[in-house]
Design a binder for this molecule. Sequence first.
Ligand code: NAD
Length: 484
Amino acid sequence: MKAQPTASHFVNGRYVEDTAGTPMDVIYPATGEVIAQLHEATPAIIEEAIIAAKAAQKEWAKYSGTERGRILRRTADIMRERNHDLSVLETYDTGKPYQETSVADATSGADALEFFGGLAASLTGEHIQLSGGDWAYTVREPLGLCVGIGAWNYPTQIACWKGAPALACGNAVIFKPSETTPLCALKVAEILIEAGLPAGLYNVVQGMGAVGGALVTDPRVEKVSLTGSVPTGKKVYAAAAADMKHATMELGGKSPMVVFDDANIEDAVSGAILGNFYSSGQVCSNGTRVFVQKGIKEAFLKRLTERLSTAIIGDPMDEATNFGPMVSENQLNIVLGYVEKGQAEGARLVCGGTRIEQPGSWITPAVFADVTDDMAIAREEIFGPVMSVLDFDTEEEVVARANDTEFGLAAGVYTSDLTRAHRMAAGFEAGTCFINSYNDAPVEVPFGGVKASGIGRENSKAAIEHYSQLKSVYVRMGETEAPF
Ligand code: NAD
């Protein structure tokens, strides 16, 4: 089989198999063919991973930040050297075109390993002077065992975005990839070991939601970081809360992108394309509600459809291809359902939304115009290549409408008015805002949502707060005074 890994799981520094686990087929979305067969983790595999991780973490916590960082940076170097192979695997796992995976997946994972590897040596507590010569200091300690649970859209990146800060802070990790894209995280685990990471610190166990559930509810786990949908996030957050575990929730969105009359139309169209059709629309922060001011609506739609007609849809391994299939038949059917719903609700289908009749899970990129705020295609996360274009008149009106959603992951504005751009950013209820840009996610900048889109932040120095905790130590220099 094209992409069969050595074994299903990576535990305690090596590949392990337990054929008693339920079989899982891995399907290449571009052709529908089975490219690997894995087994879900059994309770025995989960137990082995937890025991190995707990033991390894105790030793890892004694390493200096410099030593930990060196291993992470070495891992980043190896990932960059193997970018081609890792990108091909990412394309097999997800169906995303190689044109994308070769610049956005292993490279982004390597950025996280390099960034947090660089930060590791500078993670410290502080000294606090108190009255009378007394003082206190804080110690930045790891949390312990961190469980990461991934979505299927960026399997290599998610494995690294969770693993790198956790390891930099001295934690151990058990990562459960999405059952749809189980292959890439195994490679990350393998390369970490090759770079010198002690066995047991980064484990990968496969399975459906129940395997994630078993990890989240285990009392030996100190932290849970999920990338997934809001309904799953609510379940996992509640399960973590039952044991007072730390939690980071990177969830879904229905983000607004606002285009004012004075915007550079070409740039705004580029932003709308990036924010709706990159990775076939399977990006959590996508700006799927595109509010266009009435004066430029027709010009915007004209340029958008012209440029969409030049999309190259085809073999994802061909470097010219820039639009691939949906990750699975299931996701394709969800998206087709929304295209039908949009039409039934009275939105105007300007282009696309048609299933491409060939093996694999293919659909053409869809644009709806004349969408109103109450339509399902404007309210619900579709997680596919379906853009909704909505009209608006005034700035005040559009901010209120942009924020009228349970989600709050991202928001964008295109305008040439500098002060208006910043007023919009201040008014958006979103974790990340873009001005004359869309969907940038460099590792130096915090990433995460507000409202139902999640809690906590990934990337940047902010992530350190979510993978470590402070211990305060008081030091009295004089006598201890008591009232009696
Ligand atoms: P999903 O919620 O169906 O699954 C996510 C992960 O959770 C999978 O690994 C799944 O097996 C696991 N899971 C399911 N039920 C569980 C349970 N009860 N306990 C523990 N784990 C459980 O999401 P998906 O379909 O894989 O991914 C798409 C979603 O992810 C979209 O909503 C998208 O917006 C979101 N997403 C968010 C971000 C972000 O950073 N905010 C990034 C990528 C994707």
